[in-house]
Design a protein around this ligand. Sequence first.
Ligand code: KG4
Ligand code: ZN
Length: 345
Amino acid sequence: MTRRFDESTVVLAVETSCDETAAALVMGGNDVLSSVVSSQIDIHARFGGVVPEVASRAHLESIVPVVRRAFDEAGIAPSRVDAVAATAGPGLIGALLVGVSAAKSLALSWDRPFIGVNHLEAHLYAGLLDDPGLEFPLVVLLVSGGHTMIVEMRGHGDYRILGRTIDDAAGEAYDKVARFLDLGYPGGPVIDRVSADGDPDAIPFPRAMMNDGLDFSFSGLKTAVVNHARRNPGARSVDIAASFQAAVVDVLCAKTLRAAAQSGARGVVLGGGVAANSLLRSEMQRRGSEAGVRVALPSRAMCTDNAAMIAAAAWHRLRSDGPMDLDCGAYPNLKLSEVPRGESR
Ligand code: KG4
Ligand code: ZN
């Protein structure tokens, strides 16, 4: 039977690429009926980072209860689902396999189409979920724990990477600096919080590659933080955190707005976990309005990992490419330009 995917199509999506077990039901690509996220932060906190094996086991325990809750919160029955989606990459292989296997099993038993989703593409769609009126071309700053890139989104599925980090991702730098300063895990939200009590101008940390194209580098900044703290044992960690954050945000805002100007974008959208950062949000908005650029800030819940964005990306891919065969695997190193596929496609 050939199925049509339209405004009434309901997608059940699951997301298990890292340390969040999530499920969502989304209609027509942007009407979020429910979005449930079960975080494993407490489980990994005592290790100071995500332990892949522990993450896979926790996903396995949580996936069915989380999917059940998504149905309870949406108030619909499984029979209303038209397609089932899962993050197929990039991410931790064992973690991805749990979500892909669960989604394929449901698709098979309900006789519904399955689709594997690129997690990075889904982060791009998170911004559009909250603001579907945005018009292409857009520039998306995708800043997460594993990725930092400026993407020109020219249309659905039509992307060009304008700049990317040449070493650490911005979220990774937050996490490493927080660990070094003994502030806790995960580092991003902690540094965000404690920076409110610090002086962002206390230490003039370097803005790497500021006038050097649209790529980023954060590993030198991390080293500068470590060197400063060692040489100044009396320095307040809140001042170091606030100054570090000011340097990261300065570079992210400057390069994103430069990319928007150079590419003639009609707006700038933020995505990924670091896009939940208070200073990044306020500075991007302030500098954007000074430059006459529309800045869309998805809700914090849509910035960090969730399954509603997976369902949104799935809906667009179903319309453009159709469903996938059930031999779709899990692809830990999937690139933004790659669509997950089964062997038979
Ligand atoms: O997108 P995400 O949830 O997972 C990945 O796909 O990586 O991003 C997680 C990253 C972590 O590095 C975390 O420290 C960072 O996003 N993060 C933040 C904030 N909330 C999460 N970084 C800065 N400020 C925040 N408020
Ligand atoms: Zn993510």
